[in-house]
Design a protein around this ligand. Structure first.
Ligand code: ADP
Ligand code: MG
Length: 203
């Protein structure tokens, strides 16, 4: 079976004002592939991931998804969703509101939002937590909610920036397990980490 390139980074350069950054980045990610970028702190992993998600503009090259350039699109117009090390849940919003927010911006009908959230929470094994606030959850639970929030946007490509680095060791397993399930379900995933063994654990 011929494999389809889902995400293509060609000749990409992103430099900060101080001259730090990344250059000559060329990566092909196939549909359904799980790609881990491993490297020491400061080598440019987050920079690359943020350019993919649309949180940073690039200086040279291009980023293609399904053959279409996305480099000039803002994050919400890209078929990507990002999961951060620090979860980035909105602390003043309930779990339900955290998941609903992006969908409301997209003007998804209320009843569709409700059913998407129900399904999403079930998938990450967090049904019944709709009314909780992030501060009432463990780190592992918060990260699973962040993953559910990303999934609810129906992304073609999911981006993970050190998704287990902020977790207590005993909670790493539950997030890795969820990522493994996603990978096996055919999701295209780009994960950056400085932890050796991460790829091996998820594969
Ligand atoms: P990693 O995620 O691999 O730890 P980063 O992509 O965060 O690396 O950083 C790559 C390089 O760019 C580092 O030298 C870092 O100090 C620098 N850098 C990151 N963000 C900024 C920024 N907003 N302004 C200036 N330099 C930055
Ligand atoms: Mg980083």
């Amino acid at each position: 079976m011929e494999r389809k390139v889902k995400l293509q980074i060609t000749g990409m350069e992103k430099k900060y004002k101080n001259g730090d950054g990344v250059e000559n980045i060329n990566i092909d990610v196939y549909e359904g592939e799980f790609v881990t970028m491993l490297g020491p702190s400061g080598c440019g992993k987050s920079t690359i991931l943020r350019t993919l998600g649309g949180f940073l503009d690039i200086d040279k090259g291009d980023i293609l998804i399904d053959g279409q350039s996305v480099k000039d699109l803002p994050p919400e117009k890209r078929p990507t969703a990002m999961v951060f090390q620090s979860y980035n849940l909105w602390p003043h919003m309930t779990v339900y509101e955290n998941l609903a927010f992006g969908l409301e911006i997209k003007k998804v009908p209320k009843n569709v939002i409700r059913s998407k959230i129900e399904r999403g929470l079930k998938l990450v094994n967090m049904s019944g937590y709709e009314k909780k606030y992030p501060g009432q959850l463990s780190g592992g639970q918060q990260q699973r909610i962040a993953i559910a929030r990303a999934l609810a946007m129906n992304p073609d490509v999911m981006l993970f920036d050190e998704p287990t680095s902020a977790l207590d060791p005993e909670m790493v397993g539950e997030v890795l397990e969820l990522m493994k399930e996603l990978a096996h379900s055919g999701m295209t995933m780009v994960v950056v980490t400085h932890e050796m063994g991460f790829a091996r654990e998820v594969a």
